[in-house]
Design a protein around this ligand. Structure first.
Ligand code: HEC
Ligand code: HEC
Length: 211
């Protein structure tokens, strides 16, 4: 917890000087190969990073650098990168306005997953996963195979749960967890615009319609 507060403070200090985000050199040289030009993954089973919360990204970069997140990528976040460099990377991806590709999600699983989501996940992944709270990341439109893999890693204990996240998973079946991943995958990353006409239509209706 303390380390996180310190990171957050340093993050604010570092971003106060940051200009408009160009991809940092390391991103252009190595990360693009898998995470794409703008954070939309270029290879399968890889998380999208565009529009993710900067604080979550910085925390994930820090954990990868220290070997605290399971990964198959050799030297994923090289030790030589300084905190200002990690901050610039987090800022760059967080600020990317790219849009994620639509994914095939199973309709029945999405419906079942929505129930699980409302009961268990919404608190920290609110607005259908378009926001993050209590250190949770945004998950709307995240890559489905990636999420399924992370959920298995959490359940098996190979990836450490976020604070109180283990409570949220308690008693859920594999099918429930798979369903909620389909629910997140099926969401728009950015909320679709609300239809505007509703209000006017209501005014045209009689106050007390006789049945
Ligand atoms: C060979 C492909 C590959 C390269 C190169 C790569 N990544 Fe990744 N990245 C992945 C995969 C796959 C994951 C999913 C977790 C894992 O297996 O590490 C991931 C996960 C991440 C995450 C965590 C995302 C989340 O939602 O939790 C961050 C942040 C990240 N990478 C940043 C970077 C940065 C910055 C670079 C360049 C310095 C980079 N990656 C280079 C494939 C790659
Ligand atoms: C109490 C808050 C909380 C609740 C409730 C919660 N999460 Fe999370 N979730 C987190 C945090 C914090 C992380 C980041 C963990 C870390 O630091 O590695 C996370 C990460 C994740 C990730 C990995 C995302 C990535 O980009 O790597 C997935 C997938 C996920 N949660 C799914 C779920 C599902 C499904 C539920 C409901 C069953 C749920 N979470 C409920 C807090 C929560």
């Amino acid at each position: 917890m303390e380390a996180k507060a310190l990171l957050a403070a340093l993050f604010c200090a570092a971003t106060a000087h940051a200009g408009a985000a160009d991809p940092p050199e390391i991103v252009q040289r190595t990360c693009v190969r898998c995470h794409g030009d703008n954070g939309v993954a270029a290879v399968p089973d890889t998380p999208h990073l565009d529009g993710q919360l900067a604080s979550y990204l910085l925390d994930a970069l820090d954990k990868h650098q220290k070997g605290k997140l399971p990964t198959e990528v050799p030297d994923h976040v090289p030790a030589r990168l300084s905190l200002p460099e990690l901050t610039a990377i987090a800022e760059f991806y967080a600020g990317s306005k790219a849009s994620r590709p639509k994914q095939e999600a199973d309709g029945q699983k999405v419906a079942r997953g929505e129930v699980v989501f409302r009961n268990r996940c919404e608190e920290c992944h609110p607005d259908n996963g378009r926001e993050g709270d209590k250190d949770g990341p945004r998950l709307a439109a995240q890559n489905l195979p990636y999420m399924l893999k992370q959920i298995r890693l959490f359940v098996s204990g190979k990836r450490k749960f976020g604070f109180l996240q283990d409570e949220a998973y308690k008693g859920l079946s594999d099918a429930d967890l798979e369903a909620v991943a389909h629910f997140f995958a099926a969401q728009d990353q950015v909320a679709p615009p609300q239809p505007k006409k509703k209000k006017r239509k209501k005014a045209e209706e009689p106050e007390n319609p006789v049945k």
